[in-house]
Design a protein around this ligand. Structure first.
Ligand code: FUB
Length: 307
C-alpha cells in the first residue's frame, strides 16, 4: 500500500496534509474517528495509535484534531486533549466524540479511571473546535460502577452524543451492552435514567445521526468487527436492525465510524488496519468513503476504497 497523503509543510502550530486517497493521514496512525461539520469545515477527532510495530495492545495517550474545507487539504492542529488532562484518569485515550452546543464544543472521551476500576467517560469543553479543551466537570460523567454489566472493565466506553431537533441531547455508549441517557442542557450532567438498547451482536462504537425524519444507529458488530446499523422513527426506539453497513476494516479487529453530510454529500469516516505497511489492530488509519442512501432511507453498504 503506497502512502496516500503527502506531508506538505509544517509550522510549530499546524501541519498541512494533502490527502487525495485513503488513508487520509499517513504520517501517524489514527483511530476511532469522530467528525463534526462546523462553519464550512469538517473536523476529524481521532485517537493517536502509538503502539510500536509488532506490539499487541493499544498505546493511546492523546487525541488529535484535523480540519478541512474540502476533505483533501487537511490541517493537523496542536494536540487538543490528552487522557491525562482528566486529573481523575489514569490514561488511555480511547474513542471520543465532539459536539457543538451554543457556541461551545464538548468533547466526550473514554479513559481509564484512576480509582474506580475500569473505563470511564469524561467531558471536556472549549470555545473552539480545535481546542484547547479542559475537563468540564473535574470528575467522570460515567463510571463503570454506574451500570450493572460490570463483568468487564471496558463496558462503559465509546460515547456518541446526539442533539435532537427539539434541543434534547442524548449520550449513547457501551461495549457488549448499549446504553443511552439524556443529557442536561449544560452537556455535563446526565438527566434521568440510564437505559439499555438491544441490537444484534452489538459490540461497541455507536454513532447516531438523523436524516429525513429517520434516526440511524450504527455500531460495531461482532468481533472482529463489521459495522451494522438500525433505524427508528423515534430517538428512544424501538430500533429496527437493518443489516451490515461496512465489512471488516482490513486487518483491524475493530471498526469505528462517524457519519456526516458535507456540501451535499454523505460520508462514512472510519479506521482501517490494512492501509499502511505496519498497520493492524493497534496501528489503524482513518479513511473516508461515500455513504449512499436508498430511496426508502436505508443505507447502501459502504465500498471501502484506497483512492
Ligand atoms: O481504540 C480503542 C477502542 O477500540 C475504542 O474505544 C473502540 O471503539 C475500538 O475501536
Amino acid at each position: 500500500s503506497s502512502p496516500a497523503a503527502a506531508f506538505v509543510s509544517s509550522s510549530p502550530a499546524d501541519t498541512v496534509i494533502k490527502a487525495t486517497s485513503n488513508p487520509i493521514f499517513t504520517h501517524k496512525y489514527t483511530a476511532d474517528p469522530a467528525a463534526l461539520v462546523h462553519k464550512g469545515k469538517v473536523y476529524v477527532y481521532a485517537g493517536f495509535d502509538e503502539a510500536p510495530t509488532r506490539r499487541e495492545g493499544y498505546v493511546m495517550n492523546d487525541w488529535l484534531v484535523f480540519s478541512s474545507p474540502d476533505l483533501v487539504t487537511w490541517t493537523e492542529h496542536p494536540v487538543p486533549l490528552r487522557a491525562k488532562d482528566f486529573a481523575w484518569a489514569k490514561g488511555e485515550a480511547w474513542a471520543s466524540h465532539v459536539i457543538e452546543r451554543d457556541g461551545k464544543f464538548y468533547w466526550f472521551s473514554t479513559v481509564e479511571h484512576a480509582t474506580i476500576p475500569g473505563k470511564a467517560i469524561g467531558v471536556a469543553v472549549s470555545d473552539s473546535p480545535i481546542g484547547p479543551f479542559k475537563d468540564a466537570r473535574g470528575s467522570a460523567l460515567i463510571t463503570n460502577d454506574m451500570t450493572t454489566d460490570i463483568k468487564i472493565g471496558w463496558d462503559d466506553i465509546d460515547p456518541a452524543v446526539f442533539i435532537d431537533d427539539d434541543g434534547q441531547a442524548y449520550i449513547f455508549w457501551g461495549n457488549t451492552t448499549l446504553h443511552y441517557a439524556k443529557l442536561k442542557k449544560n452537556m455535563t450532567e446526565l438527566d434521568g435514567p440510564i437505559n439499555t438498547i438491544k441490537l444484534p451482536n452489538f459490540t461497541e462504537a455507536p454513532w447516531v445521526h438523523k436524516r429525513n425524519g429517520w434516526y440511524y444507529l450504527s455500531y460495531a458488530y461482532q468481533f472482529p468487527e463489521k459495522t451494522a446499523y438500525a433505524m427508528s422513527k423515534n430517538i428512544e426506539g424501538p430500533w429496527e436492525y437493518k443489516g451490515i453497513l461496512n465489512e471488516l476494516a482490513g486487518n483491524s479487529n475493530t471498526n469505528h465510524q462517524a457519519i456526516i453530510d458535507f456540501k451535499g454529500k454523505s460520508y462514512f469516516i472510519y479506521h482501517n488496519g490494512g492501509m499502511q505497511p505496519d498497520g493492524g489492530s493497534f496501528r489503524r488509519s482513518v479513511c473516508i468513503d461515500y455513504l449512499d442512501y436508498n430511496k426508502d432511507g436505508s443505507l447502501k453498504r459502504v465500498v471501502m476504497t484506497s483512492e
